[in-house]
Write a protein that binds this ligand. Structure first.
Ligand code: ATP
Length: 364
């Protein structure tokens, strides 16, 4: 099959509501069978993007293509796009089974094929005990699952999930993430999911598109975004807990941390910061190690620190390091730490953009 078929493409799409620009010029491509997550905070524009793909919202400018065809003026029912909304709209007079069967009935699929498919979806979404109930007798989580099921049962070319996991917690949320992934692996429908939760995105999607203020900030595999965030917003959004940020200045191939005067040699070829006195080092705990050759830091022992890491202060700046197995730190204890050059990420603090610099050797 031609890889261009069945894909979703937004070209130069904008959306304004009155004077307010919800979507700045935005390009997005989803290839056949791909599963992408639109990840961003409240108001980023995720739902608007999904509604534009589904045909429920008209873009102010730009075009939408499905399977290579311009569908910008095509009404929603003709687009063959299934969408599960954040607030499920179920038919109140129909049972769970019949709510699930309805989208396939509309496609004139044979009755036994409908029954088989509905049973599969009921098993996957753990809806067996409530299959003959009507929506008013369902919990919020059960309603959400029926709504997801309705998007999954019909053999649509594209499936859009708007914040599908927002009402699930704990083990149930993990189960739903696994199921979304498993169903996608089975059906291979081109899928777009929106979420505010980085973990939802990381654990379900092949590719994450980070959006904020109607713009795409970065689009890449979860691993690539985790390893090389495009800017400080993405770095903070994908694990605010995980990456520590330290202010620094830069001159003659040396970055100097403000908090402790530590000099870190950098290969500073490529983009330069707007202001050399304002750069930021981002580093994750796995790259900050307790090591006798390091610089002194002070342990801050709290009950909220996750396992496997320790909270420290370098000068007056918090920094999270890998815990040393078997070593229990006391509050206020001074420990030496070293920063792995491979884990140092440099950002221009003025623009927030990542700098393409490499850190030459371990800090000394
Ligand atoms: P959330 O995670 O809260 O659902 P989102 O990323 O899905 O947020 P959107 O719902 O797409 O964001 O909204 C993007 C921006 O557009 C928001 O500021 C919102 O208030 C605005 N907006 C969306 N729909 C309309 C509308 N019909 N009229 C006016 N403004 C709107």
């Amino acid at each position: 099959m031609n890889p261009i078929e069945h894909r979703i493409e937004l070209r130069d799409v904008t959306k304004r509501f009155g004077d307010f620009t919800a979507i700045a010029p935005l390009d997005l491509q989803v290839i056949q069978g791909e599963f992408i997550a639109l990840l961003g905070p409240a108001g980023a524009g995720k739902t608007t993007i999904l509604r534009i793909i589904a045909g429920l919202e008209k873009p102010t400018s730009g075009t939408i293509h499905l399977d290579g065809f311009d569908v910008t003026s095509m009404p929603a029912p003709r687009r063959d796009v299934a969408m599960a909304f954040e607030s499920p709209a179920l038919y109140p007079h129909l049972t769970v089974e019949r709510n699930l069967a309805l989208p396939m009935r509309a496609q004139h699929i044979p009755r036994n094929a409908i029954e088989r498919r509905v049973s599969e979806v009921i098993d996957r979404l753990r809806l067996g005990p409530v299959r003959r109930r009507k929506p008013w007798r369902l919990s919020t989580s059960e309603c959400r699952r029926v709504s997801l099921g309705r998007a999954m049962v019909r053999d649509a070319k594209c499936v859009l999930f708007d914040e599908p996991l927002v009402h699930f917690d704990g083990e149930e949320r993990e189960h739903m993430r696994r199921e979304l992934r498993a169903i996608h692996a089975e059906l291979r429908a081109t899928t777009v999911l929106s979420t505010r939760d980085p973990l939802d995105a990381i654990s379900t999607a092949d590719r994450i598109v980070v959006v904020n203020q109607g713009r795409v900030l970065q689009s890449d595999t979860p691993q690539a975004i985790y390893d090389r965030p495009a800017d400080l917003f993405v770095a903070r959004y994908l694990g605010a807990q995980a990456m520590s940020f330290l202010s620094a200045s830069h001159a003659d191939g040396i970055a100097r941390l403000t908090c402790c005067n530590l000099a870190i040699p950098v290969d500073d070829r490529g983009a330069q910061p707007v202001d050399a006195a304002r750069i930021t080092l981002g580093i994750r705990p796995e790259h900050v190690r307790i090591d006798p050759r390091g610089v002194p830091a002070t342990a801050v022992v709290t009950n909220s620190t996750p396992n496997g890491v320790v909270d420290l202060r370098l000068g007056d700046v918090p920094i999270r390091a890998s815990a040393q197995p078997g070593r229990q730190l006391q509050n206020g204890e001074i420990v030496p730490i070293r920063l792995d050059s491979a884990g140092c990420r440099w950002f221009d603090a003025t623009s927030g953009k990542a700098l393409p610099w490499r850190t030459r050797t371990e800090s000394t």
